[in-house]
Design a protein around this ligand. Structure first.
Ligand code: ZN
Ligand code: ZN
Length: 392
């Protein structure tokens, strides 16, 4: 992929053909991308400041006689700025809005790291030029691709932020960043492959119905079942059929019951039962059988609740929730592990094994089951919660 960087005149010329809304969408998402790349950089470790934001005044001109607009960004020292860095002291909570010149002096952040932070300003142009170039060459929002995705509910799996972002671009009729365009295309291909797989497995009459508003059985279990080599074709078929049947029944049942409950009650049930259950599904913590039967339990309990019966204490689900709280409390125990360590988890993998090898360390940790070689990814927090013992 070639990135041609535009001159600031080219850039303004293209911006001039756009609506204010289009420009807002580009700037918001460009800055969001720049900020999130900066925030995940490794150099923040040990720094006593946190970055709250990077701001950019697109219309800023250094020379007074070229200024058409009043500057909008300033440094603590009074100087007007094109790029402004907002940082907050982790010790005192003090917030400073600074330009490059005062940055190191006021924060004590080493020059070398400050340099990396300033370099992010190059990304602003790279990211916005990606869109501007495409726009100049008459590319617009990929509406047909999006419609197919939306029609098949492939976007149900997107995060709320991602969904909002794509809808912003749609509303502004702007071409997407390359990587978003790629993601949309890949998501659709993946969906089609899955659908073909399901049709082959279940016969041509099968209609994949995906209405999981509460409990995400299909979302988290379907791929696991389809790719589980230990299942024979008959077992796989049976599981997928159960999965769709139970997902539909459970979600429809909860939906009906929720209609009779106040918003507060719904929230309570969601936080106490549904969210923890979905977390466990997502973390591959449950065997197929457990997942299906627990989801039915949840639906039944909600039904009892909605029809006026009290939820009994010490139910199976409740116990699981309590246990999670307990492991939370002990998660401060420090255990020495690193890349390629063999560790034991509190819960067994559905294959029956509880020993894993750490194959990636980072903000997320990847572990590989030493028996069946399945790889799962956990946030560090979840990993620590599940860690029972470091074997070697
Ligand atoms: Zn200054
Ligand atoms: Zn395994």
């Amino acid at each position: 992929m070639m990135i041609s960087v535009l001159s600031s005149e080219d850039r303004e010329e293209i911006f001039n053909t756009m609506t204010d809304f289009q420009i807002d969408v580009i700037m918001n998402h460009v800055m969001y991308r720049v900020k999130s790349e900066l925030l995940t950089a490794s150099f923040w470790k040990g720094i006593h400041w946190e970055l709250l934001g990077v701001n950019y005044d697109r219309l800023y001109r250094k020379k007074l006689n070229q200024r058409k607009y009043r500057p909008s960004l300033y440094c603590e020292c009074g100087r007007s700025l094109k790029y402004q860095y907002v940082v907050k002291s982790k010790e005192t909570g003090e917030i400073l809005e600074l330009g490059k010149e005062c940055f190191t002096q006021r924060t004590g952040i080493p020059e070398r790291i400050a340099e990396e932070i300033y370099n992010s300003r190059n990304k602003i142009n790279i990211f916005q030029d990606e869109i501007l170039n495409a726009y100049k060459f008459r590319e617009r929002f990929p509406i047909e691709l999006y419609n197919e995705i939306h029609l098949n509910k492939v976007d149900d799996k997107w995060s709320p932020y991602y969904n909002r972002k794509i809808l912003d671009f749609k509303k502004a009729n702007l071409p997407l960043f390359h990587r978003d365009q790629d993601k949309l295309e890949n998501d659709l291909i993946e969906y089609k492959v899955r659908k073909r797989q399901l049709k082959r497995l279940l016969g041509m009459n099968f209609k994949a119905e995906y209405t999981e508003n509460y409990v995400y059985l299909i979302k988290y279990m379907e791929n696991r079942i389809l790719n589980d080599r230990k299942l024979n074709q008959g077992e796989r078929k049976k599981l997928i059929q159960d999965l769709y049947k139970i997902s539909k029944a459970v979600n429809e049942s909860i939906s009906t019951d929720f209609a009779n409950l106040s918003i507060d009650r719904r929230k309570l049930i969601t936080v106490e039962y549904i969210d923890p259950f979905n977390d466990k599904l997502k973390g591959f913590d449950l065997s197929y059988k457990e997942a299906l039967s627990e989801s039915r339990n949840i639906a039944r309990r909600i039904m009892d609740y909605a029809s006026g019966k009290k939820i009994e204490k010490n139910t199976k689900i409740k116990q699981v929730t309590n246990k999670q709280v307990n492991t939370n409390n002990t998660s401060n125990v420090k255990l020495d592990y690193g890349l390629n360590s063999i560790i034991k988890t509190t819960k067994k993998h559905p294959c029956g094994n509880d020993e894993w090898e750490i194959i990636r360390m980072g903000a997320d940790i990847k572990i590989k089951c030493t028996k069946c070689n399945r790889i799962i990814m956990l946030s560090r927090r979840n990993f620590n919660k599940r860690l029972k013992q470091v074997v070697k």
